[in-house]
Design a protein around this ligand. Structure first.
Ligand code: DON
Length: 305
């Protein structure tokens, strides 16, 4: 039997209320540091078309690394599995913006969800489409049926201004021949992609692609069932960086976080969830967001385990 989603979401919001505001918004991107941390929203989109939400679930925020999931889906759909020759599928056990493994591993990033791996994916998407960031934005607009979704120019500029680490990572991989496009334009596409503003409702609808085993909102197939399974698997093992083990332990779902404080999670065959609260823990994951997803799987039993 289907859980009573509105009641479950309401209960979660009230239970995690004491955690809203815990942690701190990302400070290394100044445009994100000024966001009011006392916000929380959660949305659920089920495979039958239902959409439910609680709290600030319609408020736009910076999607950041959550867009890495959709860039990966598009790069695989457009270009196929040869991408995996350039990026691995193993957890890194390191922070999302770390450089240390890249030299030992010859410029091949551990997985597509750390910044290094996402830069390779965006590079591939850029080669395939000629406009990687617009491709991701257009995809999100279509899946969320929200034509108003847009890039946030202030956030993109702030990332550019404070983008030394990402620039270092991209140049380092280029030195190994693992970047095809000019690094400055690749970085711009990556920053613009990260800056897309979405609400929990938008993200839950977009992540439904992975709950529906690769079917888009219009019923067309973007990914094979197998590709959708593979993306979900990599989200489970790598989607929350050096906290992926803890996230799997607590939540038990494929999930992807962003430093804007959002997290998407997928219950394959059932629904997609998006949660947002800007206060982050030391590893860059939303404190209240992880707690809310933990409560969701505990209350409903809907986990992959
Ligand atoms: O490149 C960065 O550092 C940010 N634009 C995205 C990082 C991010 O969201 C990591 N997620 N927790």
């Amino acid at each position: 039997m289907e859980p009573n989603y509105p009641a479950v979401l309401k209960q979660i919001a009230s239970e995690i209320a004491p955690l809203v505001g815990a942690g701190a918004p990302a400070a290394y991107i100044p445009a994100l540091a000024s966001v009011d941390p006392a916000q929380f929203g959660m949305a659920l989109a089920d495979v039958d078309g239902g959409l439910y939400g609680v709290g600030d679930w319609r408020t736009p925020f910076s999607a950041q690394s959550i867009t890495k999931v959709f860039a990966l889906a598009l790069a695989l759909a457009e270009g196929g599995g040869s991408l995996w020759e350039r990026v691995g599928r193993e957890p890194s056990g390191n922070p999302f913006n770390s450089l240390v493994q890249l030299e030992y591993e010859n410029g091949i990033p551990r997985n597509p969800f750390i910044n290094a791996g996402a830069l390779v994916v965006t590079d591939r998407l850029q080669t395939l489409t000629g406009d990687a960031s617009s491709e991701v934005l257009e995809f999100l607009r279509q899946e969320s049926q929200n034509p108003d979704l847009r890039f946030d120019a202030d956030v993109a500029a702030s990332e550019h201004e404070h983008g030394d680490r990402n620039a270092a990572v991209a140049h380092f991989m280029a030195a190994y021949g693992n970047i095809d496009n000019p690094v400055p334009s690749l970085l711009e596409h990556y920053f613009w992609q990260c800056s897309i503003e979405t609400s929990c409702a938008d993200l839950a609808l977009a992540a439904r692609l992975l709950a529906r085993h690769g079917l888009r909102a219009d019923g067309s197939r973007l990914l094979s069932r197998s590709e959708a399974k593979q993306i979900n698997a990599v989200m489970l093992t790598c989607g929350t960086y050096d906290a992926a083990g803890e996230f799997a332990y607590r939540v038990g779902l494929p999930g992807k976080s962003g430093v804007g404080g959002g997290i998407v999670a997928v219950v394959p065959g059932r629904c997609a969830l998006a949660v947002w609260s800007p206060g982050l823990d030391a590893r860059g994951n939303s404190v209240a967001g992880v707690a809310a997803l933990d409560r969701f799987t505990t209350l409903t039993g809907l986990s992959v385990f």
